[in-house]
Design a protein around this ligand. Sequence first.
Ligand code: GUN
Length: 293
Amino acid sequence: MQLIDGKKISLEIQETIAEEVKTLLAQGKKKPHLAAILVGNDGGSETYVASKIKTCENVGFNSTLLRFPSDVSEEKLLQAVEDLNNNDDVDGFIVQLPLPKHINEHKVIEAVKPSKDVDGFHPINMGRMVLNLPAYVSATPYGIVQLLDRYNIETSGKNCVVIGRSHIVGSPMSILLAKNTKVGNCTVTLCHSKTKDLKSFTTKADIIVCALGSPEFLKADMVKEGAVVIDVGTTRVASSETKSGFKLKGDVKFDEVAPKCSYITPVPGGVGPMTIASLIMNTLLAAKKEIYK
Ligand code: GUN
C-alpha cells in the first residue's frame, strides 16, 4: 500500500507557482490577486478560507477576504460579487460554500463573471469543461486528477466508482475521469444515495472516489484487493484528543481499508491540500488570462 501524499504534492505545486510569480513580477506585471467571500462563521468554512488566504501569501499572491454575517441579504451579497467582477485588480474570486439557506446559491454562482470564477462552479465553466473547451475546472476534482497523474496511476480502461453526485465534486469528477485524456478513459459509475447494492459496484472498482461526506462510510468489505481509494470526506467530529475539540474524518474507514489498497489518500493530508493548490493554479491562469483571453 502506498500513501498518496497530497500535502507534499501541494507544496511542490506551490513552489512552482511561487517561481512563476517571481517571473511575472520581473516582467513588470502585478501580483496575482485572489479574493474570497465568506458568509457566517461555520468552523469548516473558516478553516478552508484561512488556508486559502495563507497559501496566497506563501506563493506571493495578493489576497482579499470579504466577510459577511450569516444574516446578510442576498442583494448585498450579489452587490459584493458585482463589485469583485468590476474590480480590475482582482484576477479571480470564490464564494465559500455552503451559503445560509435564505440565499440562493445558484443565483450567487451565476453572478460571478466566468473569467474570474476560479472555483469553476459557474455553468459556463462547467459546460466548457464538459465540452473540452478551455475552462476553470473545479478545484477538488482537478486536484484529484493531479494526484493520479503525479503518482502515475493508470486510469485508462479501469473501472472507477465515484460515490456522491455533488455539483462541486462527484459530478465533475465522474466527467473528468471518463474523458479521453491522459488521466481519464475510465469506465465510470456514479453512485449516490439511491444506488441499490452499492457494494456490488465498489467491489468491482479499480479506483474509488468517495465523496459523500459521511465519516468512515467505506469499509474494507466494500473494496477489492489492490484498489486505488481517494477519500474526499472532511467531516469534523468531536474529539477529546485534540486542542480544537474536533478531528477531521474522511469518508473511508482508513485503518481497515488501507491494507487492501495499492494507493490511498489520508485525511487530513490527501485531497484537501490539493483543492487549495488547484485553486491557486486556477488563479494564476486567471492572472495570465490563459482561459479567457
Ligand atoms: N465548499 C466546499 N468546497 C468548496 C470549494 O472548493 N469552493 C468553495 N467556494 N466552497 C467550497
